[in-house]
Ligand binder design. Structure first.
Ligand code: PLI
Length: 473
């Protein structure tokens, strides 16, 4: 007998709502001009559906909100810190907890305690703030992700994998003594939310141990990575995401986490370690840059909501199933409409392939930035550029980095929007795609020195600068 189809549905019902409003096209044209064609500079009141990021934008549960009332705000020895320490040890398996205000606070401390000028830090694709802190500490990031990760059309199931041959070459060239740690990101953000496999992580860790090099995870989206391992990797189909997450972390010496993603809170993060001596050094910097060792960068209530969020994300597999299911719902709709998106659909968002959508705009005229602005003008949907603007300049040569991926990220906040919102987003992307020839490139009129994508300003290229459209085959 054929099995009846059963769709997934959100494992919660909605108890409180926040109104959002649609604006006119004229209003949005004015708003994006005022924002210098940078979606980071828009006011949230001018946005209809906000897919800028999944960071700090989750809806908390009633249990988390109740936790806010129970936060212990003691300056030292807060009960809420001990709850958090227990949650991190239980779910991630790390005994030493260094609480920070968010992920980059943890990256700052980790980079400062481990990196010396001239060091090399191999990693499976860069992340903006992670690489910034590595370079700020005097190190150099070297990309060791597999080649498929740089190809938006490759359907490799584990595009986040480390290329072990690339890693061996870096170790041979730089020497293990100049590599303080390797930085392995779970569900690689800049590759489109792509997982690495357990087998690859296990092998990478073994290679690191052989050379006496630490392996530090960016476990910010490790839960979503655990889900993909369960779905795609032989031997894991019957394991819970909770068990898989713990195994992921077992192949590392520590982790930085932005709790604003998987952990379902609006602020917070941590550095977690195994070695008490490293943790002691980290706490030395924590008290100088963040706060005392038992709150770091968070209030007691933040830590209380966070420890509850950590347990909640793995209580059953239903949460992550619905979360990734919603992302896939939007992605599959766009694929069905013929819109070029990065494949496979990632864990936290759908990434539009701006290069393929706008072949008439050269990378020097910021195709992804232009597409994000056009989408906003069409419907008030806010997205984020993940291409040449985000990649920034090479600190040695001062030249623009030219990533092969020129993407616009439609990032889905957790537990916030409904399937109907996803339908509206898909309709707008399809409408913009149908009129893609009308989209013009941009020139940058203000460029900040660091992490330029946050605050850069642009204006449309003048009509005379527009290159003739290349024929589309
Ligand atoms: O935004 P923070 O400082 O809490 O975390 C920085 C950070 C570290 N690692 C990874 C993989 C991230 O995705 C990350 C932040 N991501 C943001 C803000 C995003 O929009 O994707």
């Amino acid at each position: 007998m054929a099995r009846q189809k059963r769709s997934w549905a959100e494992p919660y019902r909605i108890k409180m709502v926040e109104p959002i409003r649609m604006t006119t096209r004229k209003h949005r044209e004015n708003a994006i001009r005022t924002a210098g064609y940078n979606t980071f500079l828009l006011r949230s009141d001018d946005v209809y559906i906000d897919l800028l990021t999944d960071s700090g934008t989750s809806a908390m549960s009633d249990n988390q909100w109740a936790g806010l009332m129970l936060g212990d705000e003691a300056y030292a020895g807060s009960r809420s810190f001990y709850h958090l320490e227990e949650a991190v040890a239980d779910i991630y398996g790390y005994p030493e907890l260094v609480p920070t205000h968010q992920g980059r606070g943890a990256e700052h401390i980790l980079s400062q305690i481990l990196i010396k000028p001239g060091d090399v830090i191999p990693g499976n694709m860069y992340f903006t703030t992670t690489r910034f802190h590595q370079e700020y500490a005097g190190g150099e990031f070297v990309d060791i992700i597999i080649d498929e990760a740089h190809d938006a059309t490759s359907t490799h199931p584990f595009k986040g994998n480390v290329d072990l041959d690339k890693l061996r070459t870096v170790i041979a060239d730089a020497g293990a003594a100049r590599i303080p740690y390797i930085s392995v990101e779970t569900n690689v953000n800049m590759a489109g939310g792509q997982p690495l496999s357990m087998a690859n992580l296990r092998e990478t860790y073994a290679l690191c141990r052989q050379h006496g090099i630490l392996l530090m995870l960016d476990a910010t989206r490790a839960l979503e990575n655990a889900w993909f391992i369960q779905q795609r990797e032989p031997g894991y189909a019957k394991r819970s995401v909770r068990e898989i997450l713990l195994e992921i972390c077992s192949y590392s010496d520590g982790a930085t986490v932005s709790s604003k993603k998987d952990n379902l809170v609006n602020i917070g993060g941590f550095l977690a370690l195994r070695d008490p001596e490293l943790a002691r050094r980290a706490r030395g910097l924590l008290v100088a840059f963040e706060g005392l060792q038992t709150y770091g960068g968070m209030s007691g209530r933040d830590m209380e909501a966070l420890s509850r969020g950590i347990y909640e994300m793995v209580e059953t597999d239903d949460h992550v199933r619905a979360r990734v299911g919603q992302v896939e719902y939007l992605g599959n709709k766009l694929i069905a409409a013929g819109v070029p998106v990065a494949l496979p659909i990632g864990g936290h968002g759908v990434f539009l392939n701006a290069q393929a959508m706008l072949p008439h705009i050269p990378q020097e005229q910021f195709p992804a930035q232009s597409l994000a602005a056009a989408l906003y003008v069409d419907s008030g949907v806010r997205s984020m550029e993940r291409g040449v603007v985000s990649a920034g300049r090479d600190p040695k040569t001062g030249e623009n980095r030219h990533p092969r991926l020129e993407l616009v990220r439609l990032t889905i906040p957790r537990r916030v929007y409904t399937q109907a919102h996803m339908d509206v987003v898909a309709e707008s992307v399809e409408a913009v795609y149908a009129e893609r020839d009308k989209i013009r490139g941009l020139t940058m009129t203000y460029e900040p020195e660091d992490l330029r994508f946050f605050q850069a300003r642009f204006e449309p290229v003048s009509v005379t600068e527009v290159l003739p459209p290349r024929s589309r085959s």
